[in-house]
Design a protein around this ligand. Sequence first.
Ligand code: A3P
Length: 327
Amino acid sequence: NIHLIEEPPQEHDALIATLPLEPVYERPFSIVHPLRLYKDVWIAEKKLRGTLVMQHCFKSRPTDIFLTSFPKSGTTWLKAMTFSTLTRTNCSLDKHPLLTHNPHQCVPFMEVEFSTGRSKIIEVIPSPRVMSTHLPYFLLPDSIKESSCRIVYIWRDPKDVLVSAWYFTQKILGGPDKMVTFDQFFEFFCQGLTSFGPIWNHILGYWEESKRRPEKILFLKYENVLQEPVKYAKQLAHFIGCPYSETEENQHVVEQIVELCSFNTLKDFDVNKDGGRVMPSTDVRISKAYFFRKGEAGDWKSHMTREMAERLDTLIKEKFEGSGLQI
Ligand code: A3P
């Protein structure tokens, strides 16, 4: 039974209370839980609590697969793809769990489960487990970094991440008039003041580690995946240890999985249209439909002035300098 609810952990609250708090504005900026600055990362208080518990007690298995990302970078696609790739021999496409479950119900967020007293649901997932986190690489539990489990990271043009985060926050808070303006949101983003920010350190942390240990971390870019989904679906399958066989290739199984997990297919499933909560145990109301908006590259052009785009691009270029990484 996956509804085993323990008492939400509170042993780290004294430490959390000492950490810098996001500035207070007339209208809210963060989603319900205020952000705290922990080791130069802005994390919502509640998720930070879950993170600290997880760092202490999480034991990874060598077969585990962790899906990692900065929020609004393509996590939903990555969850759908990894889950359906891994389960393809025992889930027929006409009765697939993704027809009736949102991808976030198929792959749990670790920091959320650990913060809501539901860490046991992680323990009962049969191996190979697929789990996800928005934590930066350096905050992952040592057990993940040191075991032979694998990590897949997806990143995206920060300008589109910003726009996507702006709409997502708005939906949760109940409209644009319930939160800071887009211009203010942009300023915060450029200061790194956003959930799990700053984004540049997040991307660079996984990038550097993927260069050092390519067998451990697969580093994907959302825009590339959108352009050549079949190519990256094969790369993902290979990386997680279940490459497509010749027979499967001849039967176009990879194309079928790509189609199932495409934005247009998933967003039209009734389950992803309904207003039901994705994570019923959390006190933040996040409905399944919130994860499907446009699913395109370059929507920032309709939201930012040229000056804003240039400013963010320049900032990211400066941060990425010398890393070999380009937007
Ligand atoms: P937009 O708001 O730009 O449309 P995350 O999954 O990390 O929360 O990111 C959400 C973004 O991914 C949203 O971007 C959403 O529309 C897009 N998205 C969701 N499912 C997708 C899919 N199957 N393929 C491509 N993009 C998807």
